[in-house]
Design a protein around this ligand. Sequence first.
Ligand code: ASP
Length: 456
Amino acid sequence: MKVSKFGGTSVASAAQIKKVAAIIKEDAARKIVVVSAPGKRFDDDIKVTDLLISLANASLSGNDAEKELQAVVERYADIAAGLGLGDEIVQVIEQDLRDRIGQSKENRDLFVDQLKASGEDNNAKLIAAYFSSIGLEAEYVNPKEAGLIVSDEPGRARALPEAYENLRNLRDRKGVVVFPGFFGYSKDGVMMTFARGGSDITGSILAAAIGAELYENFTDVDSVFAANPRVVDQPVEIKRMTYREMRELSYAGFSVFHDEALMPAFQHSVPVCIKNTNNPSAEGTMIVAEREYTKSPVIGIAADGGFSTIYVSKYLMNRELGFGRRLLQILEEEDISYEHTPSGIDDLSVIVRSHQLTPEKEERIIHKCREELKVDDVHIEHHFAMIVLVGEGMHNTKGLTARATTAISQAGANIEMINQGSSEVSLVFGIHEDDTNNVLKALYKEFFSTTAVLGV
Ligand code: ASP
């Protein structure tokens, strides 16, 4: 049995959904289909999830939100017409949206989640109806009925262990199960969404729960590339990579696969394949537990901006018990999680995602560092990017860091920070955001200009 998940662009229009049906028909093992909400049909298009967030916000601010509501309904109406489904399903969807808007607005996060989740929920209903209309035995299954129980965290829920036991029963369903991605229900039966892009997570949970032979993640590229194709001209394709490598790359900006989606598949040893809905015969990228890495120690280079550094220095910091803990506690008190903490004997930098900071929080952090930690210096700098070299083969390849730093300096960029985790699956360089593209190109040239295919 395979679980096949289709992302936003794969289900953005009637023409795309017809491709999905053809893919499902082609292989009887494709028993569980997880769908996203309709995504972008062209570059400037707006995803239905974003339309729904606008609808939620308009309605929260007390407006009648009719314009926003119609923008969502029109997307489904267009799809339904293209699939020859008639008006009835569109009316059901419109009524569902009106019901959701009518719900309690007391908890804003829960209200927004209700609307966000409707994107995949209604799309799953529509796609199941289409499958049936073309003679494909299929049923829409609701995550509540199936027992996808999640933590009580709107907008960033996680599946609870009992969800896996419940979902296992999906194996026994007749025909194709069409399951909406992106959300589950708390123990109290309240709808909660995963993080943005979280339909990948649903697919992975289902694949793990039913013990699938394969989790296929259909998107709009033939494979995962070694670097961002918008920056590097025709980067090489990755044929095979490990879960850890994919996790590192997704974390640092590869948007093909959600970083939280790897764990369920990995823990239940389900291989993942990234495939293209628009070119399903292309092999795609396999994500597995092990790969042969002698020929390609580095598998990919990711780059992600939006980081800030909290820089602290104090003479004899290395002798002071609990200094690091107290510094991190100050951040915890401000609800800030950290990404890296490179340190010297008398200084420590804490690198955080900038969106977590506000001018007020920064002021409080600086004040507490001075008052409570009695530091000699503390300041916060913004606009950093992290460039991450990823590859299982890095830990027993000599000279790699030297090659990388030379390439970065030749690109004219200053390295603000270097961090290599003890697993040595990744090597992280902190640079100024403005240098990101140049550094990415330089590193790509250094490590991949002579490589044809990766991970084989
Ligand atoms: N539709 C949701 C989003 O845009 C989830 C997904 O597509 O995976 O974030």
